[in-house]
Design a protein around this ligand. Structure first.
Ligand code: FAI
Length: 518
């Protein structure tokens, strides 16, 4: 008796060639409505599902393969006499190969499907067949991805049957596939039908492999890069690489951090980043000037850095950037002259990101792995207005200082905690990142700023990502000649800190918002 395959595919890619080969190898083919039409058109002999089940496909395709004659044929154990007897008693014929790909739930969601359309795109019969066949992989071959047609045909042609090893691998793939499919449905329905004051008891995330990596943070660590099943367009995961070798693990994390910083600036802005901390941020009326500011903010640290520009890269800016070694440049686009200049640099990676989607990217929750679990949180994207700031010191900031304080406050948000930054109104001057005590971070930022030209230091201000716990910080800041500070406030010693500012003639602003970044 010839072997039987059941083919029921939404994505008809490659199915004609595959079915033709099966038929020439002597297989009998069963198919569902649309698949049958495709095979009929290619004149490949096949039997319709309703001939096998004795039931018509019904309810707009909601019920077509959900039948014991199908699932019995998939699930019946060929090695157990009792199963074989049951099959015989109920006229169930074995099905040896299942080729199914599912209703395009994700594609429909990304295309903006209505709720009604999304519900109809929840495939029920397809996953059921895949799961039945995968469970019985001892005897049944299951294919859920057109990319595997060739592998299966190779074995059928050369060995007359598939190997157990291939069937096992394909079965595992099916459960990854259906789990991921269901995770998207769960995510969608959880958003559509939110719980009242309750947390979902399960977090079912799904990610697709984007890039295998040579190694992780260090060469002794293995790593891979997976893209969110429902991707955020303004992201390193969705970036397009125009030039250079593959991104490394550290590149991806740094690029992500730099993109998150650049997202907060509207005017032409350049963000240079090293080891997850901004080393130079410049903002100006045009991109070339913004580059100059970001570069002169720290011409040493930017070497080998990651640069994000929020405007199309022009010829002049490209020329300047090409003078130093940068690992990655990311921008919305590049002029043809800029591309010509930058693609000459062998070790530079050039990427584009869709800046028009940057607002939407703020909605994605971020997860962080810990041993034994993971933490999920919203991004630190709170809207802040100067009108919400309070001014507790005797001296209030001048208009010029206020502009610098706003810039500093945006810039400090992405400095690792304890984080301090010294800036003027358009560029960073000194960054004090990741210290275990705040006064240490203050000293580092001030020291870096003190090395800058006096003209740059004029009107410089200081921002602190969290409150000052002691007034000793203000002593250091006053020594450096800084005249305006922005910080969240909220310490039990706020009064001491305010008095220290008053003593030194410093204007201090409380934002009421903390920006820890660990
Ligand atoms: N309801 C069923 O019994 C059923 N059986 C198979 N399907 C799906 O129908 C699709 C193929 O349909 P067609 O051959 O009509 O184009 C496949 O994506 C398959 O996963 C079904 N559809 C949805 O659940």
């Amino acid at each position: 008796m010839s072997k039987r395959a059941l083919i029921s595919v939404s994505d008809k890619k490659g199915i004609i060639a595959f079915a033709q080969q099966l038929q020439s190898l002597g297989w009998e083919i069963i198919s569902t409505g649309g698949t049958k039409a495709t095979l009929d058109q290619a004149e490949i002999p096949n039997i319709s599902i309703d001939t096998v089940t004795g039931f018509p496909e019904m309810m707009d395709g909601r019920v077509k393969t959900l039948h014991p004659l199908i699932h019995g044929g998939l699930l019946g154990r060929r090695d157990l006499p009792a199963h074989r007897a049951a099959m015989e008693a109920h006229h169930i014929q074995p099905i040896d190969l299942v080729v199914v790909n599912l209703y395009p739930f994700k594609a429909t969601l990304l295309a903006g499907g209505t709720q009604e359309e999304m519900i109809e795109k929840i495939d029920i019969g397809g996953p059921s067949m895949l799961r039945s066949a995968a469970k019985n992989h001892a005897a049944v071959t299951v294919v859920c991805d057109p990319a595997d047609y060739e592998k299966v045909l190779n074995e059928l042609t050369t060995q007359g049957d598939t190997s157990l090893q291939l069937r096992q691998q394909l079965a595992a793939k099916v459960f990854r596939h259906t789990a991921s499919y269901d995770a998207l449905i769960a995510q969608y329905l959880t958003e559509q039908y939110p719980l009242d004051n309750e947390k979902p008891e399960k977090l079912t995330l799904t990610y697709d492999l984007k890039q295998g990596m040579r190694y992780g943070e260090n060469p002794q660590q293995e790593a891979d890069f997976y893209e969110n099943g429902l991707p955020t367009d303004y992201s390193i995961a969705r970036s397009q690489q125009l030039h250079g070798k593959a991104l490394s693990y550290n590149n991806v994390r740094d690029a992500d951090a730099a993109l998150q910083i650049a997202r907060d600036f509207e005017a032409p802005t350049v963000v240079a980043l090293k080891h997850m901390n901004p080393c130079g941020i410049g903002t100006a009326e045009n991109l070339e000037q913004a580059w100059d500011y970001a570069f002169e903010a720290d011409p040493v640290s930017i070497f080998g850095g990651i640069v994000v520009l929020n405007r199309p890269v022009d010829h002049q800016t490209a020329q300047k950037m090409s003078k130093i070694f940068l690992e990655i440049i990311i921008a919305p686009s590049y002029s043809s002259e800029a591309l010509e200049i930058l693609t000459k640099k062998k070790n530079l990676r050039l990427l584009t990101v869709d800046f028009s989607k940057k607002e939407q990217s703020k909605a994605e929750a971020l997860v962080t792995g810990v041993l034994g679990g993971l933490l999920s949180q919203n991004q630190d994207v709170i809207e802040e207005e100067v009108s919400q700031w309070t001014f507790p010191t005797q001296l209030k900031p001048t208009d010029q200082q206020l502009l610098a304080l706003q810039f500093a406050w945006k810039a400090v948000k992405f400095v690792k905690s304890n984080g301090i930054i010294v800036t003027n109104a358009h560029q960073t001057l000194g960054v004090g990142p990741g210290q275990t005590n705040r006064v240490g971070a203050v000293k580092i930022a001030l020291e870096a700023a003190a090395q800058k030209a006096p003209a740059l230091q004029e009107n410089s201000v200081l921002a602190s990502d969290a409150f000052f716990p002691f007034a000793d910080n203000i002593d250091e800041i006053a020594k450096a000649g800084i005249k305006a500070i922005v910080q969240p406030g909220g310490s039990v010693r706020d009064q001491e800190v305010i008095e220290a500012c008053d003593k030194y003639g410093i204007a201090m602003v409380f934002t009421g918002v903390r920006h820890f970044r660990h």
